[in-house]
Design a protein around this ligand. Structure first.
Ligand code: CU
Length: 390
């Protein structure tokens, strides 16, 4: 089907959910199963055009040929001894980075951009006295094709960290020191830029040559929700092609209990590496967590009356996000996810490229609640999702 009509996208649910997608309850189980159940929400026409029913479209990590499997892989542990499920998945299956596979619909080769449970952040835990190991491996070129849209599939030749777009979420706590290592298995120089760090660009954010590794330590002095990205030249291309992720730095002392989700907005231009389009054109596809309309078919779950917390980063590279949830208000908003920035009620928040935010909300009653960027040209290009509230 072609790009859905926004009116259709936002139509009320017509089907009764047969089963809740379990990814957000049991991440490991779904990672093992390699597939998702399909929530029965969204317009019937939309679902009718999607190929997921009966054929698990989400398969992460993708299978690959033994010849393509590297002998050692990256890992992205958020805490020693307690890697996040996402990190565990990446660590357990480094082959995810190495091979593009045919999509389940068979129309376009490529793999889904990030694990099915990407929206679930690693859990909070108190400040650690020992450095937190965080390792990323950069990739580019052949076999890094991701599917930035489904039904019909749209392939994009990515550059990425750890074979996924967005890259793994790092969750640490104010005061933690991170021991970071970048290993470049790409064909060109890549680098890292942690917005959460205060450190000399000239010393640690420099390009790492293909085949080389570099390490440094940094300490998270401010709590917040931060972008990280590759800063290799031209940085516009390295970000637009997929080299970005989120760092959550929790304040000392945990926040109130809540159901938490990670949402990374970003844009794609053309089919990969098209620098002139990135410079001059509007985006072709705008996404939350790497794929157009991803949470239309697998909604994020919540319960009426419970506190929901969203960690938001807009990776851009060019468009601001006017993040909004239809049918809800944000009861709490922190620009940059920094607690002293806390404000009360907001209807729509502005998240410029390269910035982060934290919002909290409570759904008033069961039902379906779309979330969008209220820049509706971008929402109509894919930056639309659903909360399914029971
Ligand atoms: Cu790069």
């Amino acid at each position: 089907m072609s790009q859905p009509n926004p009116t259709d996208e936002l139509a009320p649910a017509t089907g009764s959910p047969s089963a809740e997608p379990r990814i957000l309850v049991s991440r490991r189980a779904v990672l093992r199963s390699g597939g998702l159940l399909v929530g029965g929400v969204g317009a019937a026409a939309f679902l009718a055009g999607c190929a997921q029913a009966g054929a698990p479209a989400w398969a992460y990590p993708p299978a690959l040929s033994p010849a393509a499997a590297p002998t050692s892989g990256s890992s992205a542990g958020s805490a020693p001894g307690a890697p996040s499920p996402t990190a565990a998945a990446a660590s357990a299956s480094p082959a995810a980075t190495a091979g593009a596979t045919p999509s389940s619909s068979g129309s376009v080769a490529g793999h889904d951009p990030s694990p099915p449970d990407f929206a679930v952040p690693p859990p909070y835990r108190p400040t650690l006295t020992t450095p937190v190991a965080f390792n990323l491996t950069s990739y580019d070129g052949a076999n890094q094709t991701i599917l930035i849209a489904r039904s019909p599939d749209k392939a994009y030749g990515s550059m990425n960290f750890d074979g996924q777009v967005p890259a793994p979420t790092l969750r640490i706590t104010e005061g933690d020191t991170v021991h970071f290592t970048l290993t470049n298995q790409g064909s060109m120089p890549h680098s890292i830029d942690f917005h959460a760090a205060q450190i000399a660009w000239s010393r640690v954010y420099q390009e790492v040559a293909p085949g080389a590794s570099a390490s440094f330590d940094w300490t998270a002095k401010y709590p917040g929700v931060f972008m990280y990205h590759c800063g290799a030249a031209p940085v516009l291309m390295h970000i637009a092609d997929g080299m970005y992720g989120m760092v959550i730095v929790d304040p000392k002392g945990s926040r109130p209990p809540a159901r938490e989700y990670v949402i990374v907005q970003s844009e794609f231009y053309g089919s990969g590496g098209e620098y002139a389009k990135m410079l001059n054109d509007p985006p072709d596809v705008v996404v939350f967590n790497g794929q157009s309309l991803r949470y239309k078919t697998t909604p994020l779950l919540a319960k009426a009356g419970e506190l929901v917390r969203l960690f938001i980063v807009n990776a851009g590279p060019n468009s601001s996000s006017a993040f909004h949830v239809i049918g809800a208000l944000f009861s709490h908003y922190e620009s940059d996810g920094y607690p002293p920035n806390a404000q009360g009620m907001h209807q729509t928040i502005d998240v410029p490229p390269g910035d982060g935010a934290l919002v909290e909300l409570t759904f008033a009653e069961p039902g379906t609640y779309p979330f969008v960027t209220h820049k509706f040209s971008d929402a109509s290009k894919g930056a639309t999702g659903l909360f399914k509230v029971s």
